[in-house]
Write a protein that binds this ligand. Sequence first.
Ligand code: DGL
Length: 277
Amino acid sequence: MRRRGRVAPTASPARGHAIGVFDSGIGGLTVVQQIMRLMPHEDIVYLGDTARTPYGTKSPETIARYAVENAAFLLDKGIKLLVVACNSVSAVALDLLEQELPVPVVGVIEPGAREAVRRTRNGKVGVIGTEATIASGAYTRALKALAPQLEIYTRACPLFVPLAEEGWTDNEVAIAAARRYLASLKRSGIDTLVLGCTHYPLLAPVITKVLGPQVRLVDSAGTTAQAVQRCLFSRKLLRNNGSRSVSFFVTDAPERFIKVGSLFLGQPVESAVRIER
Ligand code: DGL
């Protein structure tokens, strides 16, 4: 990527290269978990920009700048595909990354929107996410492009991010926040809700408690992993054998990432390396 003076290697992607994944911090580990499950032979290099998280409250320009820097770091590691495992970045900077990178780029919004369209029966779909994601209108555009007749209801739920990181996912504070945030969505009669933020799958039980079991929750982590697999397969870049390595890089002290990360990865994060920014 040559923009802003950052030069990254442009070697063409090869099957032996790793999948690069980045997020504003810890949340993208929900996507890594699904990639590991679906593609057990792929090496993964993950960057969590823990020094600058959260992104969801920042402006599109700042998020795009951070995204370019994160992508440049991963390209330098020799990746064959980049997963933007952050809804806020996918919402505001995916086009930019797609234009500038020499490897395929997969975001989380299109796969999530596709799954919601597949699941809804009454055509009323809700979307929750960070302020940046909701303000961008990216989910609404993606959903409308797939099914113009949908009724779409959106709501930013910023407090869900710290609640998930604190592990407060099913207590009275989480329930009070969910009741408040989801009241208008509940009234609108949606039958499908897109969890448009990496952290929200951890709050799925409380969201269902508030909205009722008739509302299907769409977690884009699983559908994004499927999109990655399809993309690698179609480009003959998928690895079908061999052991794998998963490495984690962070931009701040790794201790918190290692501790909280296991909640999001569903297994212990053994170690993470801090990089300087
Ligand atoms: N990863 C972000 C997202 O999915 C949530 C955390 C943040 O705001 O940085 O939008």
